[in-house]
Design a protein around this ligand. Structure first.
Ligand code: FES
Length: 106
């Protein structure tokens, strides 16, 4: 009977979720408002630039409607962060300041 080394299984290394700012970029046609119509696409770019400027390991994701259309543009910090309303591109630095003060992502 020969003795051969058995292959050692490799297990995936669990990783923490990357802190992500989910921004609604839904654009609704017609008279009803939407986050994109209120400037959320520029907000995505402004948040990404501010995160890069500060060297944070956060991401920005463009997302579909979050069902809070009347108070958009909306930003949801995840995991476990607040849902912010009425966010504008010009508020990007203040949004990041607030999240740093109030949110503890992994
Ligand atoms: S359009 Fe942004 S939450 Fe609905």
């Amino acid at each position: 009977m020969s003795r051969q080394a058995l292959p050692v299984p490799t297990l995936p290394v669990p990783t923490l979720p990357v802190p992500t700012l989910h921004v609604c970029v839904n654009r609704r046609l017609g008279a009803a408002g939407s986050c994109a119509a209120a400037g959320s696409e520029a907000l995505v770019a402004a948040l990404a630039a501010e995160i890069a400027r500060r060297g944070l390991d956060w991401r920005v994701a463009a997302n579909p409607c979050m069902a809070h259309c009347a108070v958009g543009p909306n930003v949801k910090a995840a995991p476990g962060g607040p849902l912010l309303h009425h966010c504008r591109a010009g508020d990007a630095a203040a949004i990041i300041d607030r999240l740093i003060a109030e949110w503890s992502p992994p």
